[in-house]
Design a binder for this molecule. Sequence first.
Ligand code: PNS
Length: 172
Amino acid sequence: MGSANVVTEGRDRVRRVACPGSFDPVTNGHLDIIRRAALLHDEVIVVVGANQAKQGLFTVDERVEMLGEVTADLENVSVGTFRGLLVDFCKANGVSAVVKGLRAVSDFEYEMEMAQMNYRLAEVETLFMTANPMYSFLRSSLVKEICRYGGDVTSLVPDLVLERLHARLAPS
Ligand code: PNS
């Protein structure tokens, strides 16, 4: 067997990728993508976008704290925040690619647009991972809505997130 076609260029580089998102709050679908990304890359930085425009149920600090707790067993995963453009965060932190989960075709158009723009802006690559079909219907906003009206989201979010959702959404 020859090895002439094996691409080795760049193999010594650290493969540091970012998993960006709002994570308000982190769901089992996010966690599945983060875990799978961590198996494929040297380092994964999960980054919460902290731009002002989106008012969330949880503060950025709370989201970071929950992400830190649910990824604590993954030694090559760290959690941070960014403000402004994602590509600026990537450049400043030696991140060569962004990993995003695609749940359904409906995600594709929006994600494709961002991926192409991020490449155009700073040559930051985007790698898409297909969501586990178990979670292809799962979104943080749906989880919050279901929980707010008393529905059961037990299997959709990590236990500690479930507790905080109940505490935050409990009728006062
Ligand atoms: O969880 P979301 O809503 O899919 O997260 C979207 C996020 C935060 C990853 C995206 O909105 C983002 O990257 N925002 C930062 C601002 C930016 O870089 N905008 C240009 C994108 S081409």
